[in-house]
Design a protein around this ligand. Structure first.
Ligand code: CA
Length: 223
């Protein structure tokens, strides 16, 4: 069953959306504030999130940013009031896939839900590509052009993180947190060491560099 998380602080509206979605055979979880919404998104791993922009606690926009920061690619449809429409670019920049303007018809909402679920299903989410680099999340295979590249588990995790955020500068702290875990207590030079390993393997045949150093900040996957 397709699971949809609805994060909406207007309880009546949330209940209405829930009933309509359940009628369409979706499994629905409702969160009435931002913090509950964010933790539900992380714990229940929904197939799609309907996310109200203005929420008590933490805004829909912030939830969106935080999920994307940790590599969560779940489709997100932002629900925005009419007077916030000017800010929709901000919403899309924060990583939302789509938005619906309140008040909306339930038909419109359902159509957007279907469209965004379809898009997600058609995309092969296991296959990540950048330039001539391909990484398969499920088989854990990596190719540069036609050349297969053997990576250790940590090298793979690091490359997966970089390739999930192409052209985005990832700070050393983000990389440490994401690849080595919040509680990593070792030497932070570990990132440099692994980037060096990765570059050796990826540029083995004098291919152009893809992992670039951003001095004093971190790394970015960029041609
Ligand atoms: Ca609201």
């Amino acid at each position: 069953m397709t699971h949809i998380l609805v994060v909406e602080d207007e309880a009546k509206l949330a209940q209405f959306i829930k009933l309509e979605l359940e009628f369409e055979q979706y499994q629905v979880t409702v969160a009435l504030d931002g913090f509950t919404g964010l933790s539900s998104a992380r714990e229940t791993k929904p197939d799609l999130i309907l996310l109200d922009w203005m929420l008590p606690g933490i805004s829909g926009l912030e939830i969106c940013r935080r999920l994307r920061q940790t590599g969560d690619r779940v489709p997100i449809i932002l629900l925005t009031a009419k007077d916030e429409v000017g800010d929709r670019v901000t919403g899309l920049d924060a990583g939302a896939d789509d938005y619906v303007i309140k008040p909306f018809s339930i038909e419109e909402l359902l159509a957007r839900v279907r469209a965004n679920l379809r898009r997600e299903q058609h995309e092969d989410t296991d296959l990540l590509q950048f330039s001539d680099l391909t990484l398969n999340r499920s088989t854990r295979e990596v190719f540069r052009g036609q050349r297969s590249i053997e990576l250790t588990a940590k090298e793979f995790d690091l490359l997966e993180y970089l390739i999930s955020h192409p052209r985005q500068v990832l700070t050393r702290d983000q990389i440490l947190e994401r690849v080595w875990g919040y509680d990593f207590m070792g030497d932070s030079n570990i990132i440099e060491v692994y980037v060096r390993y990765l570059r050796l393997k990826l540029e083995h045949q004098q291919e152009p560099r893809l992992i670039q150093t951003v001095r004093g900040v971190g790394y970015v996957l960029r041609e």
